[in-house]
Each structure stands twice: as structure tokens, then as C-alpha cells.
Write a protein that binds this ligand. Structure first.
Ligand code: HEM
Length: 463
């Protein structure tokens, strides 16, 4: 027996390996990965999982997670399934392409441009609170309006979408994106469809192609509209030195360099929309459910909000954001307990030496954010929702072990965007309503990202 090879996960079966742990519904899939990460932690932080004959390493030891993420920038074959839709956009791109695109697109997410979005963030958060106001006094599923508003926000900050035609596009976009995520997750879970040839013969491929086609048309229409508007505005952005929105930056780059073809602009645009709306919507759904079940934390949060932003309905201002320390702690703690990207899949392109084992080249690896976030480094209360842990620098583990936005160089480009926009939503909602809920009833499901699926409803009371 090769002592450098990590121990196998329990429950291996001939031919299918651990495939049974995948071929299940979304709730069971989430639960399955909770169990895998528990076993992984018990067995020392690294285990091997087999999907048919394919080997996938699962890693949750903090230092080993960092080693993998620093050494391996290539995404695993399973992430590349999403290329059918996102092509060589940042999230799915091969490393070589990714390096160029990431450098060119970083400026679309810098602090200066984020600051210019503050009015949009405030307006959208206020609209959301107005929708919540119609639901007072009865339990309701806040996830639906969060998804809709977040999609509107990401599109309003990345593109110019103002007229009724653009709004019409957005209405069609949301259900198509939701269906696509389900279809891509189905391929991930049916491990025999990981083989490109078998997949090419499947009805799932044909159905997915159909939805991809429709989604591409919507995004391309939005890009075309922006191209025309940009021509009409001439080079106004350059003249005034105003920071460029994502779409203006990428259209300029496509003219100045040969880095982005029309299809690549579409791929990057869809990537930003997909990466930017559902993740924040799920995080806020978790956060409000957790706050509703932890009145003490909610009260502390409310006190901070009225101290920094006041009780009136005025906008959150730029200088308020850094003072919303507990608000940020609540969001980080939510993502520690419920990381939206439960798994960070990487391709192991060379032998990777870990503390006790060696991961062999040409295999896949899941860096398990849920295991890492519940590791002993977080203390004995790692299972509990305790935003205060973020305020105590003496006991808080090093920031490099927090994987909610990924680890290492290939982490989330929208991290600062996400924290800023979510803080503003929390202020607008908490200032107007108190929340109650029962997180013990919440069931989480995993389809690409994790999301609350049942039992997460909240009850609002006007303050
Ligand atoms: C709470 C909100 C968010 C969470 C939890 C989140 C999480 C993540 C994670 C974990 C990754 C890395 C995945 C990996 O290593 O395999 C990632 C990548 C990415 N995210 Fe986010 N994200 C959020 C919000 C956003 C927003 C608002 C945007 C856009 C405005 C965005 C755009 C992206 C993009 C484009 C990538 C790919 C980056 C690259 O490979 O260079 N995300 N995100």
C-alpha cells in the first residue's frame, strides 16, 4: 500500500466507487458533502473519493487546502462542464487564458468603480425593502425577491439597463439561469455523464444546449444595446475620467487589444452575471434566517446600524461602510457556516506534496470550504453562529484560512463588490424590520452552489 496516498472514503462499491454519494437529490447531495467533510476531518484532513474509476481528492486540512490552491490554478474537469455555457469566461477559463483576462478585467472591480455604484446599491436595496414591506406579518420566502433584485443590481452596475426592453430581458434571464444551474448540476451528479462522449449522446446535453442558446441570445442582445449606447455617447468616459463599468471596459479592450472577441465578451458578461447575483442572494437568505434565529446578534446589528446610519430611510454613505464592522462580521460568519461555494474544485496538474500525503498528477481535487470552516482552528464553537469571533483578532484564525470567496490567486473578483452591496441591503432591511425565523428547520441543498431550499422562511415586523 502506498503510504503517500490519502485514505479512501468509506462506502466504496465496485464499478461505481462512491458514485452513490452523488446520484441523489440536492438536499441529500448537500448532506452527503457534510458527511464527506466530517469524515475527511476525522481522517486527518485528506481523503480519496472515487467516481467510477476516476479519483477525486477531498482536502479540508487548512494548510493542505492552501498548498493545493496556491499550486493549482487550473479548474477541475467538473467546473469545465460549465464551459458549455460560460466558455472561457474567468470562472471556467484554462489557466493561460485566465491570467490574461483577470489582469485586464480587474479594474472593473476596483474601489473607485465600486464607490460609483453606491446610488444603485441603495436604490435597489430600498426597492427590496419595499417588497419586504408587503409581506409583513406572514412567513414568506425572501429568497425569490433577493434573487430578482440582485440580478437587477448586477446588471445595472455592469451594463446600462434602463428601458423596458432591458427589463424584459432581465425577466427572462432569471428563470433561464436557474434552469441552467440545475442542468449543469445534473451532469455533475450523474458521474457517467462526466465522459464527454456519453454526455454528447444524452438528452441532458440536448436540453442544456437549448437553454444555453436562449440565454446567449439574451446576453448578446444586452451587449448589442450597450454597444450602440456607447457609440452614441462617444468617448464620454475617457473625457471625464469617470471609472468604466464592466461593459465599457471590456468593449474598449476589445477595440484596443485582440483579447476579446464578441463571443468572449458574451462569455465574460454571463460569467459576471452568474457569479454576481445568485451567490449574494443565497448569502443574504442565509443571513436573514440566521439573524431571525439569533435575536441577540440581530439587536447588536440593529444598534450598530442606527448608530452609523441613523433611523431614517436615508442612503448608506461611502464613509459609513467601514464603520459597519458588526454588519460585516455577520456576513462573514454567515458565509463561514454556509459557504455558497461548498467545494473549490481544482485539477492537480503535477504531483502535489501535502503535509502527510502526495496528490498524484492528473487527478481532480475538491478543496472543501465547509470542512475548512469547521476545523478546530475556529475553536470549540466552530458549529455555532457567533459573529463576535470576527472582532477578536487574538482568537481569529489567519484570514488566509477563510475560503468563502476562494483561496489564493484565483479567488473571487467580486469580493469587495459583494460585501459592499450586501452590507447596504442589510442596513435597509434591518432598519425597517425586525426578523424572526427558525434556522433549525432550514434545509440546504447543493446544486453547483449551496442555497436554503426549505424551512428558511422569515417573519417580519415593522420597527
Ligand atoms: C457572497 C457573494 C459571493 C461569493 C460567496 C462568491 C464566491 C466565489 C468563490 C468561492 C469563487 C472562487 C471559486 C473557485 O476558486 O473555484 C468566486 C469566483 C468568482 N466570482 Fe465570486 N462570489 C460572490 C460574489 C461575486 C460577485 C458579486 C461577482 C461579480 C460582480 C463575482 C464574480 C466572480 C467571478 C468572475 C469569479 C471567477 C474569478 C476568477 O477565476 O478569476 N462573485 N466567487
Amino acid at each position: 500500500k502506498d503510504k503517500t496516498e490519502p485514505p479512501a472514503l468509506s462506502g466504496w462499491l465496485p464499478l461505481i466507487g462512491h458514485g452513490k454519494r452523488f446520484f441523489i437529490n440536492g438536499f441529500e447531495f448537500y448532506r452527503s458533502f457534510e458527511k464527506i467533510s466530517e469524515e475527511c476531518l476525522r481522517k486527518g484532513g485528506v481523503v480519496t473519493l472515487y467516481l467510477g474509476f476516476n479519483k477525486v481528492y477531498c482536502v479540508s486540512d487548512p494548510d493542505d487546502c492552501l498548498t493545493v490552491m496556491n499550486m493549482c490554478l487550473e479548474k477541475s474537469m467538473m467546473i469545465k462542464f460549465a464551459k458549455q455555457f460560460l466558455g472561457n469566461g474567468l470562472f471556467t477559463a484554462d489557466v493561460h487564458r485566465w491570467q490574461t483576462s483577470r489582469k485586464l478585467l480587474n479594474p472593473a472591480f476596483n474601489q473607485k468603480i465600486l464607490d460609483s455604484f453606491i446610488d444603485i446599491f441603495n436604490n435597489k436595496a430600498r426597492e427590496l425593502a419595499n417588497i419586504f414591506a408587503t409581506e409583513i406579518g406572514k412567513p414568506f420566502d425572501h429568497q425569490i425577491s433577493l434573487r430578482t433584485k440582485n440580478l437587477e443590481t448586477i446588471c445595472a452596475t455592469s451594463f446600462d439597463v434602463h428601458d423596458s426592453e432591458s427589463r424584459n430581458i432581465l425577466n427572462q434571464y432569471l428563470p433561464l439561469l436557474a434552469t441552467l444551474v440545475i442542468k449543469l448540476s445534473q451532469r455533475l451528479q450523474c458521474f457517467w455523464l462526466h465522459n464527454d462522449f456519453i454526455y454528447s449522446l444524452s438528452s441532458l446535453k440536448r436540453e442544456t444546449d437549448e437553454i444555453v442558446k436562449k440565454t446567449k441570445v439574451l446576453c448578446s442582445t444586452m451587449i448589442k444595446k450597450n454597444r450602440i449606447m456607447r457609440l452614441n455617447r462617444a468617448s464620454e468616459n475617457d473625457a471625464t475620467g469617470k471609472p468604466k463599468k464592466f461593459i465599457d471596459l471590456i468593449l474598449d479592450l476589445s477595440e484596443e487589444t485582440d483579447c476579446f472577441t464578441d463571443e468572449q465578451i458574451r462569455e465574460e458578461s454571463d460569467t459576471v452575471v452568474v457569479g454576481g447575483h445568485d451567490t449574494s442572494a443565497s448569502t443574504l437568505t442565509f443571513a436573514f434566517t440566521l439573524l431571525g434565529s439569533h435575536p441577540h446578534a440581530q439587536q447588536k446589528l440593529y444598534q450598530e446600524i442606527i448608530r452609523v446610519c441613523g433611523t431614517s430611510d436615508k442612503d448608506v454613505e461611502k464613509q459609513d461602510l467601514s464603520k459597519l464592522v458588526y454588519t460585516e462580521a455577520v456576513l462573514k460568519e454567515t458565509l463561514r457556516l454556509y459557504p455558497i461555494a461548498l467545494l473549490l474544485p481544482r485539477y492537480i496538474d503535477r504531483d502535489v506534496k501535502l503535509k502527510n500525503y502526495t496528490l498524484k498528477a492528473n487527478s481532480d481535487c475538491f478543496v472543501m470550504a465547509n470542512g475548512l470552516h469547521r476545523h478546530a482552528i475556529w475553536g470549540e464553537d466552530a458549529e455555532q453562529f457567533r459573529p463576535e469571533r470576527w472582532l477578536d483578532k487574538d482568537t481569529l484564525p489567519d484570514a488566509k484560512y477563510y475560503a468563502a470567496f476562494g483561496l489564493g490567486r484565483r479567488s473571487c473578483i467580486g469580493r469587495a463588490y459583494a460585501l459592499m452591496s450586501m452590507k447596504i441591503v442589510v442596513v435597509h432591511v434591518l432598519r425597517r424590520f425586525s426578523i424572526s425565523s427558525d434556522v433549525s428547520k432550514m434545509e440546504v441543498s447543493l446544486s453547483i452552489v449551496s442555497r436554503p431550499e426549505r424551512g428558511h422562511s422569515i417573519l417580519l415586523k415593522r420597527r
